[in-house]
Design a protein around this ligand. Structure first.
Ligand code: 1PZ
Length: 215
């Protein structure tokens, strides 16, 4: 039916949006970055309501960024690079402690950027996993190596409980809706270098500007 088609979700399409992220001179388009996250959130929601508290936060951050992109200074929010430059030059970022700009584009994007590292680690584990590997273990290992370092105990605890109800590897591959496990592995092999490049470029930008710890 049409309704069933609508719900059909293919992770490849999402990961493909990260292909569109890079400009010719290796800047990152905010529009496609945000679109990629939108798709990931949709995928997460399809895994069940337990992940609601995670997607809610991601959706909120997407909304903040879209608000800037569609706002009166939207022309400054074309790439992550132009956003950071604009917000820094106009003192629109709280640099060391929360102040008058608690929801700057730069600090908001930094949260998604850290989550992208989790995604990279998790997808790489999935790609190289064997049939009896546990998604919950791959997920929490990736989380502990990345995002967890930025989360307080309560969130780490809640996230840990959510990971436990992740579908097993076979079911997980199926909801990705890419094809056979071999096709999933091949797709991940293509998508990962792109995600990794977007991550590296953003990481460099934030490092250069001393913005890796924005409150
Ligand atoms: C497939 C399994 C999905 C596991 C996702 C792993 C990430 C777990 C993150 C749990 C955190 C959710 C609660 C929100 C916490 C926020 O406090 C933090 C910091 O933001 P601040 O409070 O400073 O404004 N938010 C984040 O760290 C952003 C988290 C975004 C996570 C998006 C995951 C999308 C997953 C896609 C799945 C393919």
């Amino acid at each position: 039916s049409v309704a069933a088609d609508d719900q059909k979700f293919c992770l490849q399409e999402v990961l493909d949006t990260f292909k569109l992220c890079l400009t010719e001179n290796k800047e990152v388009y905010l529009e496609h970055y945000v679109a990629g996250w939108r798709g990931l959130v949709k995928f997460l929601s399809s895994l069940g309501s337990v992940f609601g508290f995670i997607s809610k936060d991601a959706v909120n951050k997407i909304k903040i960024l879209v608000g800037y992109m569609e706002g009166e200074n939207g022309s400054q929010y074309v790439t992550i690079q132009s956003m950071v430059k604009y917000e820094l030059e106009n003192e629109l970022v709280d640099l060391t402690k929360r102040g008058s700009h608690p929801e700057s584009g730069s600090r908001t994007l930094l949260r998604l950027h850290r989550a992208l590292r989790w995604l990279e680690l998790f997808l790489e584990r999935l790609r190289t996993s064997s049939e009896d590997s546990k998604t919950s273990v791959m997920c929490s290992e990736s989380y502990n190596e990345s995002l967890a370092q930025h989360h307080p105990w309560v969130i780490r605890k809640t996230a840990g409980m959510a990971f436990c109800v992740l579908p097993g590897r076979a079911a997980f591959f199926e909801v990705m809706n890419v094809g056979t496990p071999e096709q999933v592995v091949a797709m991940l092999g293509e998508a990962l270098p792109l995600i990794s490049e977007v991550y590296q470029i953003t990481e460099e930008l934030y490092t250069q500007n001393n913005m890796l710890d924005l409150p």
